[in-house]
Design a protein around this ligand. Structure first.
Ligand code: ZN
Length: 115
């Protein structure tokens, strides 16, 4: 399933960060998921809860922030409201997506042992 490979990639990213900072554990994760990314947030959470055991994320909750799709004119940059024809009202050019297709690790709270 798609969501499992995404979690696998997220966990690998977290482990690299944790190693770089000498962290012993992860307290919390925050990820941003665009509404057009094709990710089912519920499935992602389920996959994460199954896969975090015995990783550095064991016991750490994952918070998901959904990101709405945003479009703008590719010629003049004017924002184009969703649900409208994806064409600029000002100059008639086509739209391009500026947000909403991301799958991004936003924030990691690490536990670093006091020395
Ligand atoms: Zn335009």
């Amino acid at each position: 399933m798609h969501e499992y490979s995404i979690v696998q990639a997220l966990l690998a990213q977290v482990e690299r960060q944790a190693a770089r900072h000498g962290a012993s554990a992860v307290r919390r994760l925050e990820v941003r998921i665009g509404e057009l990314s094709g990710v089912e947030v519920d499935l992602l959470k389920t996959a994460y809860e199954m896969m975090r055991d015995r990783t550095i994320c064991d016991g750490a909750p994952m918070e998901v922030t959904p990101v709405a799709a945003r479009w703008e004119c590719r010629a003049c940059g004017q924002a184009i409201p969703q649900g409208m024809a994806l064409r600029c009202a000002a100059c008639g050019s086509g739209a391009r997506l500026t947000a909403g297709d991301e799958i991004m690790l936003d924030r990691i709270e690490l536990e670093v042992a006091d020395v």
